[in-house]
Design a protein around this ligand. Structure first.
Ligand code: GYE
Length: 310
């Protein structure tokens, strides 16, 4: 039987869309939930998924994208580990007529024709929510009572959109109160272990830390381990603000070890599959699709936990 190949040349003889997905890695609870969402919805949406894990290395992602181009998939989706350095490989995809969808993280390419759309959160807004909360809590956040609110920051992966943007959004927000300042800021690579190690060094080097601002839950959870090992109480002796709102983070928030979590939604699968079908069919899609998110304090975490999916 000679069926016409699916649009874009892939599909192995039927109409099923073939998607090549180059994932960042498995660095955090957020990423695990994101991967699961993409794999499960690909199945229900009838999309054949070729999936690769780049172990947080850009070179691995580039290799994966090149192999998807060679395999003539119908659409390529990826979550760029860092913002820069994508133009060459994206141009190769464009020349091969394979549409590209950015999910979760952005690239800084000037040529926006290199991808069809970008689906994901507004990371500057997330950082701003974290900073706004601290500004509102200023009266109680000066744990040491010395008149200054000293923050240490655990940054995400260096050069990654969420690390750059969450830093900026937070800084913009805390500028509203000159008593709040970031005394030290270092990358923990979005991992629990990274957060723990950096927090250990902060605790050794810095006196009077009032607040930890971690760019994700996992690093915040690592910081909690370091703070407890130093004989201090996370959430009491040192306030903790994180981003993501995955199960482990929400559990620590409900238990009083974290003070505030800004939500970042990892369940991008359904919207991604929908966008993929449209771009493969040649339909117009919006250049930017922003996911909707909220934030949780300790009371809200207790309420949300029982029905939380991830
Ligand atoms: O917040 C973090 C993960 O890109 C939004 O990556 C994502 C971030 C998420 O490692 O936990």
């Amino acid at each position: 039987e000679n069926e016409a190949p699916a649009a874009g040349g892939g599909g192995g003889g039927d109409d099923k869309i073939v998607m090549g997905f180059a994932q960042v890695g498995a660095e955090s609870g957020w990423r695990t939930a994101n991967t699961k969402s993409i794999q499960e919805t690909a199945k229900t949406a009838g999309v054949e998924l070729k999936f690769s894990d780049a172990q947080q290395k850009q070179e691995n992602q580039i290799k994966a994208i090149r192999s998807y181009i060679q395999q003539k998939v119908d659409v390529i989706a990826f979550s760029p580990v860092v913002q820069t350095g994508w133009d060459t490989v994206l141009l190769e995809a464009k020349r091969a007529n394979i549409p590209v969808i950015l999910t979760d993280r952005a690239v800084d390419s000037k040529d926006t024709s290199l991808y069809k759309t970008f689906l994901g959160s507004d990371f500057v807004e997330e950082g701003k929510k974290a900073g706004d909360w601290l500004v509102k809590q200023a009266a109680t956040a000066d744990v040491n009572g010395d008149g200054a609110i000293k923050v240490v920051e655990l940054q995400g992966t260096t050069g990654a959109a969420p690390a750059i943007d969450r830093k900026k959004g937070f800084e913009d927000a805390i500028a509203a109160n000159p008593k709040i300042s970031v005394a030290a800021s270092q990358t923990g690579d979005f991992t629990r272990d990274g957060g723990k190690k950096v927090m250990e060094s902060f605790l050794n080097a810095q006196k009077d830390i009032d607040v930890v601002y971690a760019h994700n839950d996992d690093m915040g959870l690592g910081a909690i381990e370091a703070i407890e090992a130093a004989g201090r109480k996370p959430g009491k002796d040192i306030k903790i603000i994180t981003i993501d709102a995955v199960k482990d983070g929400m559990t620590a928030l409900a238990a009083g070890k974290i003070d505030y979590i800004v939500e970042c939604n990892p369940l991008l699968g359904p919207q991604l599959m929908d966008l993929a079908k449209k771009v493969v069919a040649g339909e117009e899609v919006p250049a930017r699709v922003v996911t909707e998110e909220t934030a949780f304090d300790q009371a809200a975490a207790k309420e949300a936990l029982p029905t939380r999916q991830y």
